[in-house]
Design a protein around this ligand. Sequence first.
Ligand code: ATP
Ligand code: MG
Length: 647
Amino acid sequence: MSKNNKSERFLKLIGKHQERKKIEKFHGSLADYLKIVEQNTALVRLAHKRLYESIAAKGITKMKKSETRCNKLFNSEELKTYDYFQNKFFGMERSLAKIMRFLRSASLKGEESRQVLLLLGPVGAGKSALMEHIKTALEGCEPMYHIDGCPIREEPLHLIPRSLRKEFQELYDIRIEGDLCPVCRFRLKEEYENDYTAMPITQSSFSARGRRGVGVVPPMDANSQDVTILVGSEDISKLDLYAEDDPRVLSLNGAFNVGNRGIVEFVEVFKNEIEFLHTMITATQEKAVPSPGKGPMIYFDGVILAHCNEAEWNKFKSENTNEAILDRIVRVNVPYCLEVSEEVKIYQKLLGLSDFDGHIAPHTLEVASMFAVLSRLHPSNKVDALTKLKLYDGQDVIEKGTVKKIDINDLRDEARNEGMTGISTRFIMKAIDSSLSDSEKNMVTPISIRDALIKQVKDQIVVEDDRNRFLDFLGKTLHDEYLHILEKEITKAFVSAYDEQAEALFNNYLDHAEAYVNMTTVKDSVTNEEIQPDEKFMASIEEQIGITGTSRENFRVDITAFMFSKLRREEKVDWKSYAPLKEAIESKLTSSVKQISRIVTKSKSRDRKQQGKYNEMVQTLIKEYAYNEDSAEEVIKFAANNLWRDS
Ligand SMILES: Nc1ncnc2c1ncn2[C@@H]1O[C@H](COP(=O)(O)OP(=O)(O)OP(=O)(O)O)[C@@H](O)[C@H]1O
Ligand SMILES: [Mg+2]
C-alpha cells in the first residue's frame, strides 16, 4: 500500500470521527428533559445501576453444566460469567461474580449501595487492570443528562422542589434522590430568578481522562495529602471578590466531585492516613460529601471502588480505631489464578499486547504457568503439589488404574487463603523477556524459561523457605513433568498416524476386555476365527499403568461398565474417553518407539536411514506441533540428554 493511500484512508476515518462528534448534544430545558424521561424512565438511574447495567448489557452467560470446567471446578454450580470480561480476564470468574453481585445489589439500592467495594489481592493479580476495565464500561455507556454548567454534573431532576416530588413519583414512578448543589442553587437564584424550569440541561459522556464521571485518588503520603483532592477547594483568587460562603468561590474539582454519578477509585487505599478516608464514610453512608470551606454538604451519588494488597489491609484492619471504615467495606479477594490453562491465557494476552516477536516453543508458557501456580498453592496432606495443580486445572489424575477421586472443594476448604501469595504474573513476564533477550535465536523454550526462572528466583526471592521450595519445583517437579510431556510429544512425532494407532489399540483392548468379562470369545480380525481373549495383549497394556495381578480383573470390569454406560447414553467413545486407559495406551505407544527414539535422537553418527527418520520427526514437530527448526533441535537434544539415559 502506498503512503498516500494510507493517509487518505486515515483522513477519511478522521472525517467520520468528526462527523460523529458533531451530532448535536442535547440542549434543552427541564420541560424538554421531562419529555425524554417520560419516553424512557430507565434513563434516570443512580450510579451503581448505570455501572451494573452497562456491564451486564454486554451479555451474561451461564456456564454450561456439561462443560468440564463448570463440572469439575465449579462443582456444577451455575456460575454466571459476564461477557464484558471474557477474553480479558482469566481464571477470575469467582471474583468477578462477587463484584457483579455487589453491583447488582447496590443497583437495587440494597445496603451495598452504601458501601465501598474493596479489591484485595497480591501484586500483579490484575486489580488495577480490572479497575481500568470497569471504568471503561462507563465510557461506553450512553451519555448522562445533567444541569448545564454544574461542576458535578448533577441530575436535572434535582431541580424539582421537594414539595412536588411526591406527585412526580406518582406520575413517573421515579423517586428523586438528592438536592441541588450549592453552585446550581446559587445560579438558580441569581441568574434564573428561582425559575427552575429555565435552568439549561445538557448531556455529557463519561471519560476517565476527561475527568467526567470518573475520579481517581492516588495514594498520598501524610505530608502531601490534603482533603481538597477529595472534595475540591476554595479559589483563593476569588476570595477577594466574594464572601467566604459564596458558592462562586468554590472549585468543585475533587475526586468525589469529578466522580459524581460514576466512579471514585481509591488506588492503594490504605496507604493513606485514616483521617483522609473519613470523607469516604460520609460519602457512602450519607451519600454526601463536605463542601470546601464552610458550605453545606453536597449530595453524592457514585460507586466507590478501592484496592490494596493484603499487607496493607492487615495493618489497617488491626487498628481498632478503623472500625467505622471497616464496617462500610465489602471486600472481594482477587487472588492469583490457580488454573494452569487459564494462567497460560494471561501470558498469551500480555505477549499479544507487547511488541514481542520471538518464537515461543510449545509448552513454554505452560511450564512457566505451572511454576506460577505451584508457587501459589498451599501444601496439602491429601495430595502432592503437582497433583493438586492438575486437579485444579480440571485434569484427570490417574492412580493405580483409576481416576483419583478427590473432592476439589475439600482441597479448597483446607487452604482458605490460597492464591494470595506466590509468584506474580509480572515475575513470569520478566523471565520470558530475559530468556528471550538472552537467546541468540530469538526464541523461548521450556528449557530456557526454566533456566531464566531459576536465575530469577536465586536473584530475587530472599525468603529462604520460598526460595528453596521454588527451586525444588523448578529443578525437580517441573523438570520431570516437562520430560513427561516431551516424551509424549516426541512419541507422537515418531508414530505415524498416532491417533489411528491409539484408536486401534483401544478398540482391540475393549473387545478383549469385554469378552473376558462376559466370558465370551473375540473374532480374530484376520482369520475370522473365534478366539479366547488375549491375556498377554491385555496385560501389556495394563502393566503400563501399574495394574498387575488381581487388580486386572477389576480394571476390565470397570472399563467395560464405563463404556457400556456411555454407549447407552449415546455418548461418543474414543480412545481418550476413559482416562486410565488413555494413559496406558499412550504409555504403550511410547515404549513401542523407545528404542528408535533413543537411537535417532541421540546418536551422533546416525546412519542414513536413521537420519531420514530424524528429519521426518523434526518435520512433524514443525508442521504439526508448531516448533521451528531451532526449538525442535533444542528440545530433541534435551530429550536425548535426559530421557532414555540408561537404556
Ligand atoms: N487473571 C488475570 N487475567 C488477565 N490478566 C491478568 C490476570 N492477572 C493479572 N493480569 C495481568 O497482569 C498485569 C498486572 O496486573 P495489575 O497491574 O492489574 O496488577 P495489580 O493487582 O494492580 O498489582 P499491584 O498490586 O502491583 O498494583 C496486567 O496487565 C493484567 O492485565
Ligand atoms: Mg495495581
